[in-house]
Design a protein around this ligand. Structure first.
Ligand code: UD1
Length: 432
């Protein structure tokens, strides 16, 4: 992906969508945002230069780069998608408010810093558009490893005399808490087990990187992760797994507009449950072999509804897919019920879809979606990354023009969003 293409979408406020019928062509997914950010945080744990390939050129990665730089690391792009991160001997183990506020995922530096520096000071993330997102499970896991935390002046400060391996039982398979505990556990003395661990593919990717750095981890990607602590990590080179949420975005686009596309780089084995749902809706999705995996996708003129979709921790349908699924179901034939089990506030974009003529009724954490033949183009606002993308793809089946404001959210998580959609024949352009 040419860097300039990503850069020219940064800072974009509004996108205009004018439906142009079925999509055709080939699109390549970038590296997974939710893995790359954590791999960058893990680089803090090894003195020297880490090399990460297939890093997406998105604003969240720039934000994590700024955070690492503020701690004293050097971060530089080597080419389009390879990032070099150099950690000197001395760093400042602190994540300032200005950066944590920009990106909540910054909290993932807490475990690595505590493990390698024996102290960490990280601004407390506030609530965001998904409602309050506490970090109690992160802190409890790190306390069990021997960290002590105090909260003062909007920061959480952690110290330790040296982390010691233990059994950690998470009360919920939180992705972030699993990552913080796993990264801290690799430098803790003795054995750490994390039970009820999150099983997302990104966790296994982080574990693969940590292992390349010299960590001794087994079971990542299952509910029980076992770690034998080591005293030091070496910098390593690693290729980020493809972004399954981005892949789902192109699936949703063709699902809504109809057509035939190829999604290069997508890994079907990371998307089993959502692919099953899309097949139920009438899409034909064939994984391809070869040096680079991918998906060949055919979507009929109109999808049909599914009885129910519920978001669950992996391997269930990810909460991040949900705005895309709701957008698809709002133009599908029939009635569907969508249930959110992870984040209370993740129905906010529904008001925007309703402004586009969607027939959606929410009750608690359920949404009843009655499919309409077409939506109606309208000015709307993107509330977050995935919901922003969902509004754009919903507009591919609307009468007339839709303008999505707040499109900067989309650039936080998508590399060259407009360029990729346009290459599939979608009528999307940047207004300002
Ligand atoms: C990550 C992903 C996000 C995805 C989510 C679930 C990144 C940067 N973000 O977020 O895109 O939607 O996984 O797949 O990787 N919770 C607590 N206490 C805690 C931690 C979490 O109550 O200490 C709650 C949260 O409020 C939420 C649920 O647990 O309701 C799931 O959160 P979690 O799995 O931790 O998600 P994140 O790691 O924040």
């Amino acid at each position: 992906m040419p860097a300039s293409a990503a850069e020219h979408t940064w800072g974009v406020q509004r996108l205009r969508i004018r439906p142009q019928g079925a999509l055709r062509g080939r699109v390549r997914v970038a590296g997974a945002k939710n893995s790359a950010l954590k791999l960058m945080a893990a680089a803090v744990m090894a003195r020297g230069t880490t090399v990460l390939h297939n890093v997406p050129r998105i604003t969240d990665v720039e934000c994590m780069s700024d955070l690492l730089r503020s701690m004293g690391l050097e971060v530089a792009w080597a080419d389009g998608s390879t990032l070099h991160i150099h950690r000197p001997d001395l760093i400042v183990p602190e994540a300032p408010y200005e950066l944590v506020e920009r990106m909540r995922a910054s909290i993932v530096v807490l475990g690595p810093l505590l493990a390698v520096e024996n102290r960490a000071r990280v601004a407390l993330p506030g609530g965001d558009d998904f409602g309050p997102r506490p970090i109690d499970m992160h802190l409890r896991a790190l306390e069990e490893l021997g960290g002590t935390f105090v909260a003062a002046h909007g920061y959480v400060e952690g110290t330790t005399d040296g982390l010691v391996g233990t059994r950690i039982l998470l009360e919920f398979p939180s992705v972030g808490a699993t990552e913080n505990a796993m990264m801290a556990g690799v430098l803790a003395k003795g054995t750490t087990t994390i039970e009820n661990a999150a099983r997302e593919p990104e966790i296994a990717d982080i574990a693969a990187f940590l292992s390349a750095m010299g960590a001794n981890i087994s079971g990542a990607g299952t509910s029980t992760i076992t770690i034998e602590g080591v005293s030091e990590l070496e910098p390593a080179e690693h290729t980020v797994i493809p972004d399954r949420i981005e892949a789902a975005t192109w699936l949703a686009s063709v699902g809504i507009a109809g057509g035939d596309i190829e999604i290069a780089g997508a890994r079907a084995d990371h998307m089993d449950m959502v692919l099953a749902k899309l097949t139920e809706m009438g899409m034909e999705i064939v994984p391809t072999d070869g040096p680079e995996p991918g998906l060949i996708v055919h979507a009929p003129d109109r999808l049909h509804a599914v009885d129910s979709v519920a978001t669950l921790p992996y391997p269930g349908v990810a909460t991040d897919y949900k705005p895309l699924l709701v957008a698809m179901l709002s133009t599908a034939d029939g009635v569907s019920i969508v249930t959110e089990n992870l984040f209370a506030g993740r129905f906010r974009y529904i008001d925007e879809l309703v402004r586009m003529g969607a027939d959606i009724r929410t009750e608690g954490h359920h949404a009843v979606v009655r499919g309409r033949e077409r939506l109606s183009g309208a000015p709307v606002r993107a509330p977050d990354i995935r919901a922003g993308a969902a509004l754009v793809v919903a507009a591919l089946r609307a009468e007339g023009e839709t303008v999505v404001a707040g499109a900067d959210h989309i650039a936080r998580g998508y590399e060259d969003f407009v360029g990729k959609l346009t290459s599939l024949g979608a009528g999307v352009d940047i207004l300002d």
